[in-house]
Design a protein around this ligand. Sequence first.
Ligand code: TYM
Length: 336
Amino acid sequence: MGKRRILSGIQPTGALHLGNYLGAIRNWVRLQEEYDSFLFMADLHAITVPHDPTRLAEDTQNVAATYIACGIDPDKATIFVQSHLSAHSELAWLFNCITPLNWLERMIQFKEKAVKQGENVSIGLFAYPVLQAADILLYEPDLVPVGEDQKQHIELTRDIATRLNFQYGSEDAPVLKVPEPLIQAAGARVMSLTDGTKKMSKSDPSELSRIDLLDSPELIQKKIKRCKTDPVRGLAFGDPDRPECNNLLTLYMLLSGQTQEAVATTCADMGWGQFKPLLTETMVEALRPIRDTFGELTADRTYLESVLKQGRDKAAAIANPTLAKVKAALGYSPLP
Ligand code: TYM
């Protein structure tokens, strides 16, 4: 039996933040040892909101460099760009035609993002989860490792696969494999530094709300210094009335590699004045190697390009046969 497979991706819209790292990439680094891993940059998703065409290609490569800097090994995992494979767009169209409109109207992320876009909401933003389903199902993965906010999109993916299998396959010969989400409890929902009840997000207008993986030590220090806390003395996990405290302790736990019990004991009697420098130092040291390696990888882009070419070819070898299988099930027939 071959290795089990995972697939996941990130949108290349600006720098990646601690939520992307702790909710997704860090888990992929561990999973790549055991799973056949397909990790990509969702640059077709990146244009579902207004984007800067002069930045798109470089931002996309920078996310690949960030994956590698975080520990993804191109010899173990396949790293590729979504738009380099036309199979993603093509399968998305086929899925558009079998997906009921009201399944998409329920999507929380669409509702949230649509409010921000006002009148300019594109069909692409609405159909975004269908493209995501195509991204996933093309590779027939066993698991899709993501943060908590993507759970609904993975459920929709499962629904689309199940519907297609029901309509165009048979019980003993399903057309598509139905994957499972993999959401690790720790880090699945990293919260904003300025409001512990909101998730850390690239689209938050305040830069102080997030730590980007490439932030300088000075900037990290400034952001932690200014981050929201509470007036209670003594720090503890799990108090619903102290979301900021829970978030900052969780960040410290994950970045220092300690257990929850160890952190709870160390911080039980601390005040914020003592904890913040400790968190700052831990964060700076955890992110330093990522920032350094990113700098080396982007100084000469030939290596990155070779990784992405190899990734595209390996991805195509899996994606194209799946697309052909779906087209055949729908009744399309290639010319002899
Ligand atoms: P994106 O680019 O918003 O986020 C990428 C990954 O980071 C996770 N994440 C978080 N985890 C914890 N706390 C946070 N505050 C936080 N913010 C983001 C996300 O859950 C995700 O795992 N639609 C996807 C990209 C995509 C995709 C796919 C993912 C396109 N096709 C196929 C998986 C499979 C997105 O916009 O993620």
